[in-house]
Every structure is written in C-alpha cells, then in structure tokens.
Design a protein around this ligand. Structure first.
Ligand code: C5P
Ligand code: C5P
Ligand code: C5P
Ligand code: ZN
Length: 491
C-alpha cells in the first residue's frame, strides 16, 4: 500500500463517511428507495419472526423520518391467500421485508395485472420470476443465509432513504444486527461478510458494542447456575443439563453465586476477574472431560451488546433481544415486538416479558417432548411429527435446538412437522454448515418436495420450511429423503 492511499483511508471517518455499508447492493437500494419516494403512500408487509420484526422496525423508523404515509401488516407466510389479500387492498405499492423473494412467482401475476408494484427487501432464495425493485444479497452473489438478513436488507433501504436525516439512519443498524443474530447468521467470530458493514455502522453510531465473551445464551438475565446448566449447545459433561453439577462446579470457584441480598448473580453482575475465573474453569473442565476442541473453542466468541439498553435486561444482549421478539410475533403479537423495537419501554416491554415466559416454557416443553419421543430415522434425514404438541410457529426453533441432544444426530438434517389446522401441516427443516458444504440446499428441497404434493415452501440452504396437505406427509418424507440423498452424495 502506498503512503498516499494509507493517508486517504486514515482520513475517512467511518461515522461520517459516504461509503455505503454493502456497496454491491447500493444500486438496488437506491432504486427501491426512489420507488417508495415516488409513491409516498404504500403498504409495508413483514414476516413474524425476530428478523421480520426488526426489518419492519428499521423500515418503519426510516419511513416515518422520510414522512411517508404507510400501514404495516405481518404475515406468518406469504402464501397465495396472503398475497391475494394484499392485492385486494387499495395500495398501488407494497413494500415487503424479510419475505417476498421466495414468493415472486406468486406476486408476479398480481404485478402484471396492475394490482400493485412490489418493492422487496429480502434475503431468501428467490423464486423463478423477476421484478424491478428487488433488494436481495443473493442477486449479487452474497450469501442470504449468513451474510445479510431481512433486517440487513431493510437497513440498506433505510440508508438509501436516509440522506435527509441527521443520522443518515445509521442509528438503525443495531436493530439490523438483532435481526441477523435472530436468524442465526453469527458464528464464533461474530457476524461476517456484508453483515460486517452493518456492525461497523452500528458501532460508529454508538448503538452497539462488540465483546469477546463467554458464548452462552442468557448472559444478561439468567442466574449464574442456570446459565451453565441450560447451555446445552456446549454439552459439558456434569454441567450442561445438570442442575446439581452446575451448582457444584460454581461452588468450587472463588466466585459467589449470590449477592449480599441473597439474589442469584448473573454473568453481567460478575467483574472481569470473576468472569475470567469462571470461563477458564469451564474451558479446563471441557478439555478434561473430552469435549472436542472445536466445541471448546466455541465457548468464547464475539458477542454483541446494545449500548443504550440497561444492563441485565433482555434488551441488552442481541441474542436475548431476538428471543424476546420471537416471543411476541410468533404468538400473534407482532404489534408488541414492533413497539419494543421502536423504543417502548413501558407497557409493550411488560407485555413482551410476559409473552417471553410463555415462549420459554413452550420451547422447553417442546424440546423435552422431542427428546422423550425421539426422532424417526430415514436414510438421509431424521424427522418428528409434533402434531398439536408444538405450535407450528416455533417448531423450527425447537427442531434447531434439538439437534445434538440425546438421540438426535448432528450429521443429518432434521425435518419437523406440526399441525397447522385446515388439514395442512407445517414443515420446518434445519441442516448445518457441514451439510451445506456437502451440497445440502434445504430451500430447494422444501420447495420441490412440497410443490410435488400441492404445497409450497422455501427458505435458505441451511434452514427452510414448507406447508403441505396433511395427508401427504409420507410421500413428502420419501421425496425429501431422496432429494437430500442426491444433494449430499457428492455428485
Ligand atoms: O424466515 P427467516 O429467514 O427469518 O428464518 C431463518 C431461520 O433459519 C431462523 O429460524 C434461524 O434460526 C434458522 N437458521 C438456522 N441456522 C442457520 C441460519 C438460520 O437454524 N445457520
Ligand atoms: O428463540 P431464538 O430462536 O431466538 O433462540 C435462539 C437460540 O437461543 C436457540 O436456538 C437456543 O439455542 C437459545 N435459547 C435458549 N433458551 C431459550 C431461548 C433460546 O437456550 N429460552
Ligand atoms: O418456519 P421456519 O422457521 O422453519 O422457517 C425456516 C425458513 O424457511 C425461514 O426462512 C422461512 O421464511 C422459510 N419458509 C418458507 N416457506 C414456508 C415456510 C418457511 O420460505 N412455507
Ligand atoms: Zn430473515
């Protein structure tokens, strides 16, 4: 590098630079932003998970700042009925966030009929159709499963709309990070690829801190022993899923588990020395009990903290925040989650916390049910049918959490079924980075196998879903098994 270039780069202040955070997508973002400006009035539609909610929140904040006149609607799935109901409204322009790409073929006929113009900010595998205003990382060779989420795409749209405001909408980047983590796009090194541009914006805006920390879920809110006991991903013998073991492990360390008032301490209550003591002891225990080195390495990772939120709350840690959001929108209370994202720390937050307790109980009971019942094994996949035991909107989360539990292989994709009512069955499929490198693309599998039985589906290579007629389950399983076999056979 020459002296001149180095000087140039040193002068560029990331907080006020002109650089678009994901340059590959700047033209698409500009085009979408221009179309929304031209419309001025439109409908915003988003998905009901943490990423969909943060997408809607980022978009809502940017649209309000831009002075747009818009209404917001949430959908579980953007199926033919949902798109028809959208087309039936008076809106000429519809902005879709965190979905739309996968349903382009369903949307296209409505667009062609002049019913509405779609403006899409999404990261799902696009269906076989095209449209003019389409912001999706996959269209520019970026990975939609790991590099940019729906909230990230929405953030780029917000940035393209942001010239007129003080912050340029950079303050919204932290919400986009919550969305990306909610879609499990982070690895041990934190977020990567296009997402790094968002992290940089959020940090520069002062809204986000990047911290290398113990990578266990619940650092802000869980009592210390529960933090360790519930860390099922880590699978440390004698600690994970072992209440007495976790307490015993901690009592052997010089770190009090309770404070002066007799309340359980949480990870956030520990000082730096105490954290080091616990983390090192945990690593030593993992190593001495034969935990594979890559899992030991994963005990410490890049984590994200929302700088403006109060320590010790669900809102402080992006991962806990995303769970709080899932607890609202997946239970038909997207309005609550959206209000929390937009800054309501009163009634909406109280309501969200109540919903969170219910969501946690459902996740834990669901996981218990799956591990008790066990999974069925086919040649290339494993599956379970929860019927009405697990709500169809969370069966995918439970499936993901079940991988690696007793009796559930981490080497085969897991396919979960749950009743949807009206003789329809919801399907959720989860794979792994390892399987994707072998050729697995669950998005293609779900789309093809569901369409073959009169359903529909899609998603990402590593995680996808579908809806199928209830009486087609057996045929569907056989097709999925065959397709996964073809993909991963190395041809
Ligand atoms: O609809 P959406 O794209 O937001 O959902 C993505 C889903 O994929 C999430 O439920 C997320 O947990 C899952 N996922 C996963 N493993 C990954 C990436 C995403 O299970 N590596
Ligand atoms: O609910 P959500 O999909 O955001 O959860 C993300 C991950 O956090 C889960 O896959 C799980 O590993 C962890 N989690 C947990 N305990 C909870 C909720 C989530 O360990 N109560
Ligand atoms: O619902 P679930 O969490 O299993 O969804 C996993 C992924 O599959 C999500 O990205 C979701 O948007 C996608 N999906 C889809 N079509 C469906 C069901 C799920 O594209 N019918
Ligand atoms: Zn998403």
């Amino acid at each position: 590098m020459s002296e001149a270039t180095r000087d140039d780069s040193e002068e560029a202040d990331p907080a006020h630079g002109d650089e678009f955070p994901v340059p590959e997508l700047s033209e698409r973002a500009e085009a979408c932003a221009a179309r929304l400006r031209e419309a001025g009035e439109f409908l915003l539609c988003s998905h009901i998970d943490a990423d969909g909610l943060t997408s809607a929140a980022v978009a809502t904040a940017a649209f309000e700042r831009a002075g747009f006149d818009f209404e917001t609607a949430f959908f579980k799935q953007l199926d033919a009925d949902a798109v028809a109901s959208i087309a039936a409204t008076d809106y000429d322009v519809v902005c879709f966030t965190d979905f739309g790409s996968g349903q382009l073929d369903v949307i296209a006929p409505h667009e062609a009929a002049g019913e509405f113009v779609p403006v899409i900010a999404d990261h799902h595998q696009p269906a076989d159709a095209e449209t003019e205003f389409h912001l999706n990382p996959l269209l520019e060779g970026l990975d939609g499963a790991s590099e940019l989420s729906g909230a990230g795409a929405s953030y780029l749209l917000a940035r393209a709309l942001g010239d007129a405001t003080d912050t340029d909408n950079r303050d919204l980047a932290a919400l986009a990070v919550v969305g990306a983590v909610g879609d499990m796009q982070d690895g041990d090194g934190g977020l990567s690829g296009a997402n790094e541009g968002l992290v940089a914006d959020a940090v520069a805006a002062g809204a986000l801190e990047e911290v290398t920390d113990l990578a266990l879920y619940g650092r802000q809110t869980r009592p210390l022993p529960k933090l360790l006991e519930y860390a099922s991903d880590a699978r440390i013998p004698g600690i994970s899923n072992d209440q007495a073991g976790a307490v015993e492990f901690l009592s052997d360390l010089d770190v009090p588990m309770k404070d002066a008032d007799g309340e359980w301490r949480r990870w956030v209550d520990l000082d730096a020395d105490e954290r080091r003591t616990v983390a090192s002891a945990l690593i030593r225990r993992a190593v001495s009990s034969g935990v594979p080195s890559e899992r030991v390495d994963s005990l410490v990772a890049t984590t994200y903290v929302l700088a403006d939120e109060e320590p010790g709350t669900e809102l402080r840690d992006v991962s806990e925040f995303s769970t709080l959001l899932n607890a609202t929108a997946r239970y038909e209370r997207a309005d609550v989650g959206l209000a929390v994202c937009l800054g309501d720390r009163g009634e909406a937050l109280d309501r969200a916390r109540t919903l969170l307790r219910n969501h946690r109980r459902n996740l834990s009971e669901g996981l218990q049910w799956v591990t008790n019942e066990g999974v069925e094994r086919e040649e290339h996949i494993q599956w379970f049918d929860a019927g009405t035991r697990i709500r169809e909107t969370i069966v995918g989360i439970v499936a993901g959490m079940a991988v690696g539990a007793d009796g559930v292989s981490a080497r085969k994709p897991i396919v979960a079924f749950a009743d949807k009512g009206d003789d329809e069955t919801k399907v959720s499929a989860r794979g792994s980075g390892f399987l994707v490198r072998q050729g697995l693309d669950l998005s293609a599998v779900m789309r093809e196998a569901s369409r073959a039985v009169g359903g529909d589906g899609g998603g990402h290579d590593v995680a996808a879903g579908a809806t199928i007629p209830a009486d087609e389950r057996e045929t569907f399983i056989a097709t999925v098994d065959e397709l996964v076999g073809e993909q991963t056979s190395g041809e």
